[in-house]
Design a protein around this ligand. Sequence first.
Ligand code: C2E
Ligand code: MG
Ligand code: MG
Ligand code: MG
Length: 282
Amino acid sequence: RAKRSPTRKVVVFEPSMDADRMARLEMERDLLRAFDAGEFRLAYQPQVRLRSGEAVGAEALLRWLHPEKGFVSPAVFIPVAEEMGLIHRLGAFAMEAACREAAGWPGGLKVAVNVSALQISAGDLVQTVENALGASSLPPERLELEITESAFVDDSAGLNETFEALRQMGIRFALDDFGTGYSSLGYLHRFPISKIKIDRSFVTGVPRVGSSMAVLRSVMALAEGLAIRTIAEGIETREEAETLRILGCDDGQGYLFAKPLPADDFVSWLRAGDTETRAASA
Ligand code: C2E
Ligand code: MG
Ligand code: MG
Ligand code: MG
């Protein structure tokens, strides 16, 4: 990051810096190639109601299966795609694939699609969503957009319009990684947020982590006061699931229930899912 610092005036040649730059350029080229070659897929991670164990939807997560490197994490390629501007096409691809695949799911399950703050500020999100819904015939009520607090940093006039347009279409918003970003809570009631997604860092190890318990309790109180639903991410143990259920958290997602699954496997998981097992594990 220091390399990009605007205060740096003298660029000293460092072999390591050059290697970093080369690697970055190579990754950018590779991403463009991969996009054209169709190497991206979505995986779906189930979201369950903690009280009943019933599946209520899934989060769509981008996967890049590289022909030589194998699986490349979105935590690595999303930031690069954002910097090079590819996030708009990649985001549109994810939106279309998620809506198309979710349209075939049984029982009106919801699909949650991650949206980059850049897609919102660029103003092309409404069109992207309209296209995806139009092509798939997915009812807008079944689409949820996961945004992070960074979406509110650039609080321009266009931001309100974008949220309002999407809300009027019947689309809902979940605030992802809640608790890790900016602590201003004003946007919770200024924007149509219908769900808080509690970050995994407050889930791991509860109830034994006292500080996390304190955060969870206050998030639950906040959500209840604002009539916002809650979902906890990264639930790995029965103990964590049980703790969150007792604290009043509505839904959960995590390896305890299922890892992110290829589209076909998600549908099989749904079919095979006997709710009793899931309720028992929750
Ligand atoms: P996120 O939206 O917060 O997604 C949750 C991440 O936690 C996923 O990582 C998921 O696989 C992982 N996870 C789920 N359950 C567990 C668990 O029980 N334990 C642990 N340790 N991890 C769990 P993943 O798939 O690697 O995605 C990382 C991030 O990449 C996502 O974080 C999201 O910010 C971003 N991302 C993924 N797909 C997209 C996309 O289509 N568009 C955008 N803009 N970002 C995406
Ligand atoms: Mg997410
Ligand atoms: Mg998250
Ligand atoms: Mg996260």
